[in-house]
Every structure is written in C-alpha cells, then in structure tokens.
Design a binder for this molecule. Sequence first.
Ligand code: HEC
Length: 180
Amino acid sequence: MNRLKQFALAALCVALAIAITWQGPNTATAQDKAKKKDVALERTRDTVKMLDDVYKTAVVLITTHYVNDSDDLPAGSAAIALFEAIGKKGWHEVRLLDASGEPIEEKNSPKDEFEKAAVNQLKAGESWHEEVIKKDGKRFLRAATPIPVVLDKCVMCHENYKAAKKGEPIGALSYTIPIK
Ligand code: HEC
C-alpha cells in the first residue's frame, strides 16, 4: 500500500468516526423529544380516563338519587349542561353521543368521521377509541368511551334500551382535549 492510499484510508476512518459521533447525539435528542411527546400523550390519556370516571359516576349517582320519574331533569341533560360550561371555559370538549341509532335528540348522533368510527369500534367491543389531531399547530387527543345501560332506570325514558344486550354500548362520551 503506498503512502497516498494509507493516508486516504486514515482520512476515511477519521471521517467515519466523526460521522458516527455526530450521528450519536443527534439521534438521541430526536428520541428524547419523541419520548417527551409520548409522555404528554400518556398524561392526557390518563386525564381523559379520570374525567370519564368522574362524569359517569356523577350521572349514575344523580340518576340513582334524584331521577324518580320521566318528568325529572335527566342526568344526561344535566351532564350536557355541564359539558357546555366546561367547553366554554376552554378546558376540553365532551359530547354525549347516541350509539343505539334512536337518540332522543338528533343532535346527539355521531357527527364527524371520528365519532362515527368511534361508535362502530365501541359497539364492536372496544373499550377505547382514539386519534391524535392537530389544530392550529397544537396537538389534541380525541378519545371515545362506551356507555352501557348501567341502571334499570335508564329504560324509563329510553324505551329502546330494553333491546340492548347486557354491557352493549347504547351511548358514548367523545372527548377532544389539548395535549400539553
Ligand atoms: C328522566 C328521563 C331520562 C332518564 C332516566 C335517562 N335519560 Fe338519557 N336522556 C334523556 C333526555 C331527555 C336526553 C336528551 C338530552 C339532551 O340532548 O338535552 C337523554 C340523552 C341521553 C343520551 C344521548 C343520546 C340521546 O338519546 O339523545 C344517552 C347516551 C343517554 N341519555 C343515556 C342514558 C343512560 C345510560 C341513562 C341511565 C343512567 C339515562 N340516559 C337515563 C332522558 C333520560
């Protein structure tokens, strides 16, 4: 091997070594960033799960203790009023959706592609349907959870729920919440 070749080989090795050390930290930073984003998504999922439990527990408690005949204010209507107030304050959006095909109020039918896909998935037995979207450069988690016929009382106003199988979702809650 002549000197020139030796030199060229050495130069190549140095260049490679530099390239590898450059690559290292860059890749690590990109991975760190991805990890951080996932932590935010994970935290947002947890928040939705907590809200879901709070809202559903409240509806069941209110229905159990305060709703005694079909003239009483349904917990569903109270929940919708609560969702509107929370939405106006900019915390998150929640919609009470029908999954039975026969809503009391047509406005509660699944509206956009996400809600329609969510209701189909939940009816097929999934317990969670989600999608991450971007609005004005910000990330949002859209998530939907099922509502089965939790109490016999539900049938008092929703006759069609009588036909529902045990555990089958007749409704859903659909969330849109910022990922921070
Ligand atoms: C006192 C009557 C009454 C009872 C009891 C009742 N609901 Fe409702 N529900 C309503 C009314 C009225 C609406 C429409 C509310 C609106 O859009 O303002 C509604 C809306 C809903 C919706 C949205 C779809 C639709 O039909 O418009 C779901 C899902 C729902 N109720 C589930 C339940 C469940 C589950 C229970 C039992 C825990 C229950 N409801 C008990 C009266 C009732």
